[in-house]
Design a protein around this ligand. Structure first.
Ligand SMILES: NC(=O)c1ccc[n+]([C@@H]2O[C@H](COP(=O)([O-])OP(=O)(O)OC[C@H]3O[C@@H](n4cnc5c(N)ncnc54)[C@H](O)[C@@H]3O)[C@@H](O)[C@H]2O)c1
Ligand SMILES: O=C(O)[C@H](O)COP(=O)(O)O
Length: 526
């Protein structure tokens, strides 16, 4: 049975799902050295933001197949290191969206009305109504930096509260911003004109310290800033100085450059700074959502199925996966077949999407084709995550083409592999209830479902050849399950595709090619 380590607090709903397929160890608060020591025995690791999954930990995780982040941000995982090792990294892109958005809105209102400090003063026995006079958000301008999932929800609610909305997000269309009632502006203008600024961007090299002494200096002295996205997006020292010196009215932070927050000037500032310990996703609802979302993906990967929200499998989102899953299986089968027909080292793989398939995303199909192609060499070590990298490292060039006019089947996929031993091509389609059929081998039309063990011959279409091959296989006790010949012209060249019940015994291929009329024979395992 597989083993899963849960190293951060996760809702029981997730543990229950994992327990269906694995032994689950919940061991939170491990030091890096302790994690390195035990990670080698686990097939999967489930975390939140508390565990830093470094390259060292990934290298020690020799059995690891998947790292599941029960939340959005994967900046605590060395994703490139995981990718190189073929480890899938998944997250829950939407499970805590509402929780994080509501936390940002709560921070905005708390800042405006000094709720945390007013509460503390009453609890101390005071009744001070002067110090805590606040400001309304109604008719004020909210600047949303990052108009993705969380930023959009914040904008929608803020609009309903009567706020005017500005947004800065270079990757969002004007139409989308307008739909949300936001005016898209550049960051400078947003900083200058907003009464409240809320950050909803990932931490990347471009966004690190995007809010710094210079940008803070552009804010109105009455303006307030909220960061419920990632620590390090704001330069904390510059922020503390700006609030302390009255250059801006206040700030609310849920996330910090270093967590847990250590010594910091931010702690010393009174009611104008609100600090929470990374609580954005900490609602009962969000924790159930993310735990279920990620545990289901870990379960699927441990069962050999693809994950719906893998961050290191390019182009493979849940919607794409749902639509392309049967075609990815087709691509993988064709990749295995063409790789074995090509034999030696493959230098070029051409992936052609035909008919209806031509309008689809090609990247997942290319990845699945490469996974199949490399299976012969790498077996279980190649997967959707590392297939691209492994192909690049082996110098395999990939060309993608499309032919929407191909009409033999509704949608079909053609792979052509050129290698040191020549060029071979295979085409396949999904028929009826998504059943894979091989429809062409080396330019010869056939129509056979693939089977685990197959034999292909290239031969002259002439009387007696099928009988001779049948007797030869019989003399080696090889049972033929099905057989089909594909030819272009009568008595010209032809291809024979045989499904056989067992692997071909050693030495028999050489005997087959001695049969008069048979030029080549290939045995494959799919
Ligand atoms: N505090 C918490 O507990 C908590 C909870 C959930 C998410 N988060 C964090 O909130 C952030 C947003 O999450 P999301 O789910 O909305 O992500 P998202 O991917 O849906 O949205 C991010 C947006 O940022 C934009 N963006 C990227 N780079 C940018 C740049 N340089 N300048 C401006 N915009 C840029 C993108 O175009 C995108 O629209 C993430 O950092 C996530 O980790 C924090
Ligand atoms: O990126 C996220 O999902 C949030 O930062 C939540 O982090 P957490 O799971 O540690 O609460």
């Amino acid at each position: 049975m597989s083993k899963v380590l849960v190293s951060d607090p996760i809702d029981q709903a997730g543990i229950d799902i994992l327990s269906q397929v694995a032994t689950v160890d919940v061991n939170t608060g491990l030091k890096p050295a302790e994690l390195i020591e035990i990670i080698g025995q686990y097939d999967a690791l489930m975390i939140r933001s508390g565990t830093r999954v470094t390259q060292e930990i990934i290298e020690a995780g020799t059995q690891l197949k998947i790292i599941g982040r029960a939340g959005v941000g994967v900046d605590n995982v060395d994703v490139p290191a995981a990718t190189r090792r073929g480890i899938v990294v998944v997250n829950s892109p939407e499970g805590n969206t509402i929780a994080a958005a509501e936390h940002a809105l709560a921070m905005m209102l708390s800042l405006s009305r000094h709720i945390p400090d007013a509460n503390a003063s009453v609890k101390r026995g005071e009744w001070d109504r002067k110090t805590f006079v606040g400001a309304e958000v109604y008719k004020k301008t909210l600047g949303v930096v990052g108009l993705g999932k969380i930023g959009s929800h914040v904008a929608t609610v803020a609009k309903a509260m009567g706020m005017k909305l500005l947004a800065y997000d270079p990757f969002i269309s004007t139409e989308r911003a307008e739909q949300l009632g936001c005016q898209l502006v550049d960051l400078d203008l947003l900083m200058q004109q907003s009464d409240y600024i809320t950050l909803h961007i990932p931490k990347t090299p471009e966004t690190t310290h995007i809010i710094n002494a210079t940008t803070l200096a552009k804010m109105k002295p009455t303006a307030r800033i909220i960061n419920c996205a990632r620590g390090g997006i704001i330069d904390e020292a510059a922020l503390a100085a700006a609030v302390k010196e009255g250059k801006i009215a206040g700030a609310a932070l849920d996330v910090f450059e270093s967590e847990p927050l250590g010594e910091s000037d931010l702690r010393a500032i009174g009611k104008d700074i609100i600090l929470t310990p990374h609580l954005g996703a900490s609602t009962t609802e969000a924790q159930v959502n993310v735990a279920i979302d990620v545990a289901e993906q870990i379960r699927d990967v441990l069962l050999g199925l693809p994950a719906r929200s893998a961050v290191n499998i390019p182009g493979l989102g849940p919607d794409v996966l749902e639509e392309l899953k049967p075609y990815m299986q087709l691509a993988e089968t064709l990749g295995k077949l063409v790789g074995q027909l090509a034999g030696g080292r493959v230098e070029l793989l051409t992936v052609r999407l035909q008919g209806e398939l031509a309008t689809n995303k090609s990247q997942p199909l290319v990845i699945a084709s490469l996974k199949g192609l490399l299976h012969q060499a790498l077996r279980e070590r190649v997967n959707y995550v590392n297939a691209n990298i492994e192909a690049k490292e082996r110098g395999i060039r990939v060309i993608e083409t499309r032919d929407a006019s191909a009409r033999d089947y509704a949608g079909s996929l053609r792979l052509e592999a050129t290698g040191t031993l020549g060029t071979h091509s295979v085409t396949g389609a999904l028929l009826g209830d998504k059943e894979i059929h091989l429809t062409d081998v080396d330019g010869f039309p056939i129509n056979v479902p693939p089977s685990k063990y197959m034999l292909f011959t290239l031969h002259r279409d002439m009387p007696g050849i099928i009988g001779k091959l049948g007797s030869l296989l019989g003399s080696f006790n090889v049972n033929i399950a099905s057989m089909q010949v594909g030819r272009k012209i009568v008595r010209g060249d032809a291809v024979m595709a045989l499904s056989i019940d067992d692997p071909l015994p050693d030495g028999i291929l050489a005997e087959i090619t001695k049969v008069p009329g048979i030029r080549d024979a290939y045995t494959v395992t799919l």
